[in-house]
Ligand binder design. Structure first.
Ligand code: CP
Ligand code: NVA
Length: 304
C-alpha cells in the first residue's frame, strides 16, 4: 500500500515512534559529515522527489531538498504558479501525471483538501509540507529536538501559547500518539478546531490563560499570530495581546524548560528577542532537525 504522510493522527503510535527513532539514528550516524554526502544505506537511491509549493518556504524547501540528497535521491521543485496547477489544472490530474514521473511528492498547499485529493489518486507517497490545517513534519522535528536535549518526550508537559493554528493542530495530534500532555493557551476566537481537539483527547488541555498553560511545563512553544493566508492582521494583534512569550512567562515554566518556535519568528510579537536568542531557546537545532526528521519520513514512505 502507498504510504502517505498527511497527518500525525493517521499513523499508529508505534510507526511514529519508529520514524522519530530513525531520525535520531540518522542524525547520529552522520555527525561531522559534509552535508551533501549520502547516508550509508542511501534508501532513496535512484528515487526522485517532486516538491510543489503554493506558499512561501525557507526551511521546508531547503530541508526536503537536502534530505532527499542525503538519502541518495534527487529532487524537482516547482511553485504552483509555475505549473498548470496554477492555471486551474485539477490536483487529481496533476497527481496522476506526477505519479508516472516521480517516486514521491511533497506538497505545501493553501487548502488541506487539495493535499487529501492529490493523495487519493496518487500512486506514489504524498507528504504534507504544511496546509492551512496542519504541519506534521514540523512536529516530528520539534519532538526530535526536545528528546535530544531533555530525553523521552513521553510524560513531558508541553505548553503551546498563541494561535490555535496549523502547527498547533499537529502538536495536538501528536500528544496522545507520543504520550505527552499538551496545554494550549489561546484567545477564545482563535481556539483549535473541535476536530483536532477530539484527536488530542484527554492529552490536551485548553485554557485562555498563558500563565496557567506554562506553569511547570517542560517545553514552551509558540508560532506567528498571523499565518500565511490570514487576512485579519490588526484584529489578531489585538486578540493576542498578552500572549507573547517573554522572560516573565518562561519564568513560570520548569527551571530547565526549553523554548521552541517553528520559524519564521516575529520578534516583539509572539516572542521577545531575549527568549528566542536566550539560553533556553532551541530554535536553530529545531530548524536543523527538519532535515533529519524529514529523512525519516521519506525513508518510511519509500519503504512502503
Ligand atoms: N517552519 C517552516 O515550515 O518554515 P518554512 O515556512 O520556511 O518552510
Ligand atoms: N503557522 C505558520 C507556520 C509557518 C511555517 C503559517 O502557516 O504561516
Amino acid at each position: 500500500m502507498t504510504r502517505h504522510f498527511l497527518d500525525i493522527h493517521r499513523l499508529e503510535g508505534s510507526e511514529l515512534r519508529a520514524i522519530l527513532d530513525d531520525a535520531h539514528a540518522r542524525k547520529a550516524a552522520r555527525a561531522g559529515w559534509p552535508k551533501g554526502r549520502a547516508d550509508a544505506d542511501a534508501p532513496a537511491k535512484d528515487r526522485v522527489l517532486a516538491m510543489i509549493f503554493e506558499k512561501n518556504s525557507t526551511r521546508t524547501r531547503f530541508s526536503f531538498d537536502a534530505a532527499i540528497r542525503q538519502l541518495g535521491g534527487a529532487s524537482i521543485i516547482a511553485t504552483a504558479s509555475d505549473m498548470q496547477l496554477g492555471r486551474g489544472e485539477p490536483v487529481e490530474d496533476t497527481a496522476r501525471v506526477l505519479s508516472r514521473m516521480v517516486d514521491a511528492v511533497m506538497i505545501r498547499a493553501n487548502r488541506h483538501e487539495d493535499v487529501e485529493n492529490f493523495a487519493r489518486v496518487s500512486t506514489v507517497p504524498v507528504i504534507n509540507g504544511l496546509t492551512d490545517r496542519s504541519h506534521p513534519c514540523q512536529i516530528l522535528a520539534d519532538l526530535q529536538t526536545i528528546e535530544e536535549h531533555r530525553g523521552p518526550v513521553a510524560g513531558k508537559t508541553i505548553a503551546w501559547v498563541g494561535d490555535g493554528n496549523n502547527v498547533c493542530a499537529s502538536f495536538i495530534h501528536a500528544a496522545p500518539k507520543f504520550g505527552f500532555t499538551l496545554n494550549v493557551a489561546c484567545p477564545a476566537e482563535y481556539h483549535p478546531d473541535l476536530f483536532d481537539l477530539q484527536k488530542g483527547g484527554a492529552a490536551v488541555h485548553l485554557t485562555g490563560d498563558p500563565r496557567e498553560a506554562v506553569a511547570g511545563a517542560d517545553v514552551v512553544v509558540t508560532d506567528t499570530w498571523v499565518s500565511m493566508g490570514d487576512q485579519d492582521y490588526e484584529a489578531r494583534l489585538e486578540a493576542f495581546d498578552g500572549y507573547g512569550v517573554d522572560d516573565a512567562l518562561m519564568g513560570l515554566a520548569a527551571p530547565d524548560a526549553v523554548f521552541l518556535h517553528c520559524l519564521p519568528a516575529h520578534r516583539g510579537e509572539e516572542v521577545t528577542d531575549a527568549v528566542i536568542d536566550g539560553p533556553r531557546s532551541l530554535v536553530w537545532d529545531e530548524a536543523e532537525n527538519r532535515i533529519h526528521a524529514q529523512k525519516a519520513v521519506l525513508a518510511w514512505c519509500l519503504r512502503g
